[in-house]
Design a protein around this ligand. Structure first.
Ligand SMILES: *[C@@H]1O[C@H](CO)[C@@H](O)[C@H](O)[C@H]1NC(C)=O
Ligand SMILES: *[C@@H]1O[C@H](CO)[C@@H](O)[C@H](O)[C@H]1NC(C)=O
Ligand SMILES: *[C@@H]1O[C@H](CO)[C@@H](O)[C@H](O)[C@H]1NC(C)=O
Ligand SMILES: *[C@@H]1O[C@H](CO)[C@@H](O)[C@H](O)[C@H]1NC(C)=O
Ligand SMILES: *[C@@H]1O[C@H](CO)[C@@H](O)[C@H](O)[C@H]1NC(C)=O
Ligand SMILES: *[C@@H]1O[C@H](CO)[C@@H](O)[C@H](O)[C@H]1NC(C)=O
Ligand SMILES: [Ca+2]
Length: 572
């Protein structure tokens, strides 16, 4: 820096840009990265400086529904650290660094899905697209491709609590703490300048985002949490509800029959929102007004499907929709009740694909048979009711609705503070000035849309108990906004409702909220729906489908609100 004292005044004026003119290849070296390691950022953790790797990747094209497409050069920086006192503990983190010329003082953590704590190269580019460093962790499970479920048992029957806490929330707190400090060091951000920090994830990744907002209110300035897999105890076990219903009714529909029911549901309910556009924007009106007479007895047929390495062959199927299939559908949408008639949990919205009712074809028996949901079954076999020598449960013999309820109660008692992720008091998050954008597809088939509404309502009622519903909703708006996306499936666009709107720029939306104070009243849609309404407002087409509005409709709100009276403790 002293050398600038001797250069001419004209050059001095641009001294800042001269000093910052490092190129990506200048900073993408092991020694530069080693010098920037935030060695003291976390007590009880030791970074292994010799583990640092850097590699420059040119002309990488990143494409995803979660951010705008971009082509860029980046530096792939990885290092490993361990928790002091834990034998054999190694956690790998990976950061993608943008070219210094496109760096905008931002850091972005990314999360996983299912049992995975990261989404590999699919999610991490969002950081660079937003002008920041992107980050992901392996949670200490082995490597970036190892999922939590493979690391969750130390031995058969023995929970690996370190891995479970890492998955629950700790790994993400460490990833971001290191990521922010590393970013500051790598790009020479002075201590009086802010490095804005963000999070983006969907499904399990959405839960991971909430795990941070609830516990570490200052970790992120902005969080995008979509279709979060929170309320873990209920959420995971509930994946088995459809299977137990099939078993109880002793009816195992072919995939084709259920797909037909879904198609007819979409057809019948599409106009109820005021416009026939192939999108069920108001699944609540569908639940109330569906014309079942168009469904029972309708004929269906599906071609044979060849087997592949991950699915077995299925024969051509045809028939007419049976009374049993209709009964099963009604039961599925009603949700889980125990034997005393008390509500345990709720279901997906009509129009969603029937994933948890999927059966498998047995060529030996020439019949469609029970296919136990992996997300539910693995949870039960490994974490609740340890089953010897089995990764998943292979039978639901003797499992009743009450068993499911009891598994939920047990899961909540045992893992509440780690995985439930529904802590409803976000006062510290609000006080920190942090913002969260929460979105959920109205036709989600894997995490009920009402699961997000329930959490939002818990935050509202816990934080603003003295306000009316609408005043409380307005108060929550200050720091937390929920959007239900018409027609959208689980963290993906919906091939059965192809014109449904998809908000591809949610991270930029939260950046604008945080950095410019532009709070999103609606999200920008796409396709035929220009606007995605903010909860509790609901979409409605008027003037014969000419005008679109986000209306306040108490009955619609109430249809997403459930009393889970089977539980003695609050379920937020
Ligand atoms: C940060 O500062 C160091 C020392 O002045 C310099 O070598 C490096 O190129 C700078 N990095 C960036 C990204 O500007
Ligand atoms: C970058 O990639 C695009 C397509 O991926 C290709 O068309 C283009 O030639 C590449 N540019 C360079 C400089 O390699
Ligand atoms: C980033 O670097 C790590 C460590 O060398 C490597 O395992 C990983 O495959 C790299 N990722 C990409 C996307 O290049
Ligand atoms: C648990 O048992 C299964 C089946 O015997 C075995 O494949 C697996 O490695 C065991 N897991 C652990 C962590 O011991
Ligand atoms: C359901 O509709 C889709 C088109 O959206 C079609 O491809 C599929 O064959 C239909 N399924 C049945 C069982 O008719
Ligand atoms: C189911 O219950 C019956 C009667 O209590 C018992 O004999 C049987 O072993 C149970 N089956 C399983 C798989 O637990
Ligand atoms: Ca419609």
């Amino acid at each position: 820096m002293h050398s600038t004292l001797r250069v001419p005044v004209a050059a001095l004026l641009s001294a800042a840009s001269v000093a910052a003119a490092a190129s990506l290849s200048d900073i993408c070296t092991d020694s530069y990265a080693q010098a920037a390691l935030p060695l003291d950022a976390i007590d009880g953790v030791t970074i292994d400086s010799s583990s640092v790797t850097t590699s420059l990747v040119s002309n990488f094209t990143a494409e995803s529904i979660f951010y705008p497409t971009g082509t860029f050069d980046y530096c792939n920086l990885t290092f490993a650290y361990s928790h002091n006192g834990i034998d054999g503990d190694v956690v790998h983190v990976q950061y993608w660094l943008p070219d210094p010329s496109s760096f905008k003082n931002r850091y972005v953590s990314t999360g996983g899905g299912g049992w995975a704590i990261n989404s590999g190269t699919n999610s991490i580019p969002t950081g660079i697209i937003a002008g920041g460093v992107g980050g992901m962790t392996d949670g200490g499970f082995g490597n970036f491709d190892t999922q939590f479920s493979s690391a969750a048992l130390l031995a058969n029957g023995t929970i690996n609590w370190q891995a479970t806490y890492m998955f629950g929330y700790q790994a993400h707190n460490e990833l971001a703490t290191f990521g922010k400090a590393l970013t500051r060091n790598l790009y020479n951000v002075s201590s009086d300048e802010k490095v804005y920090s963000y999070y983006q994830g969907c499904s399990e990744g959405g839960r991971e985002g909430w795990s941070q907002a609830q516990r570490f209110p200052e970790q992120f300035d902005g969080v995008v949490a979509m279709a979060p897999a929170f309320r873990w105890a209920q959420q995971q076990v509930n994946h088995l509800t459809g299977n137990v219903m099939e078993q109880t009714l002793d009816y195992y529909p072919s995939i084709c029959e259920m797909e037909k029911i879904m198609n007819l549901t979409i057809e019948s309910c599409d106009p109820l929102d005021g416009k026939s556009d192939g999108i069920v924007s108001r699944s609540d009106l569908c639940l109330k007004n569906l014309d079942w007479s168009t469904i029972e007895g309708a004929s269906y047929s599906c071609a044979a499907v060849e087997g592949s390495s991950y699915s077995s062959a299925t024969p051509a199927v045809s028939g007419t929709v049976s009374a049993e299939a209709v009964e099963l559908t009604k039961l599925y949408w009603k949700g889980l009740f125990d034997s005393e008639g008390k509500r345990v949990y709720f279901s997906y919205q009509p129009g969603a694909y029937f994933t948890d009712l999927e059966t498998q074809y047995s060529s030996t028996d020439d019949a469609w048979e029970l296919d136990i949901s992996g997300l539910g079954g693995i949870w039960v076999a490994q974490f609740i009711d340890y089953i010897k020598d089995a990764e998943n449960i292979d039978s639901l013999a003797n499992v009743t609705y009450d068993t499911l309820r009891d598994w939920m109660v047990f899961s909540q008692a045992k893992y509440d503070d780690i995985l439930q992720t529904t802590y409803p008091d976000l006062s510290a998050f609000q006080a920190a000035g942090s913002k969260v954008l929460h979105a959920h597809g109205e036709q989600d088939f894997s995490i009920p849309t009402a699961a997000s509404v329930r959490y939002w309502d818990s935050v509202r009622s816990v934080m603003f108990p003295d306000k009316s519903y609408r005043e409380g909703a307005a108060a929550v708006d200050d720091f937390y906004r929920l959007f239900l996306i018409p027609g959208v499936a689980h963290c993906e666009v919906n091939s059965y409702e192809p014109n449904a709107p998809w908000p591809q720029t949610t991270l930029q939306t939260v950046i604008d909220w945080v950095e410019d104070g532009t709070a999103p009243d609606t999200l920008q849609g796409s396709g035929d729906i220009p606007t995605i309404c903010r909860w509790p407002f609901r979409p409605l087409w008027t003037d014969n489908g000419e005008s679109f509005e986000c209306i306040y409709d108490q009955e619609s709100i109430d249809s997403f609100t459930y009393d889970l009276e089977a539980f003695q403790l609050p379920v937020y």
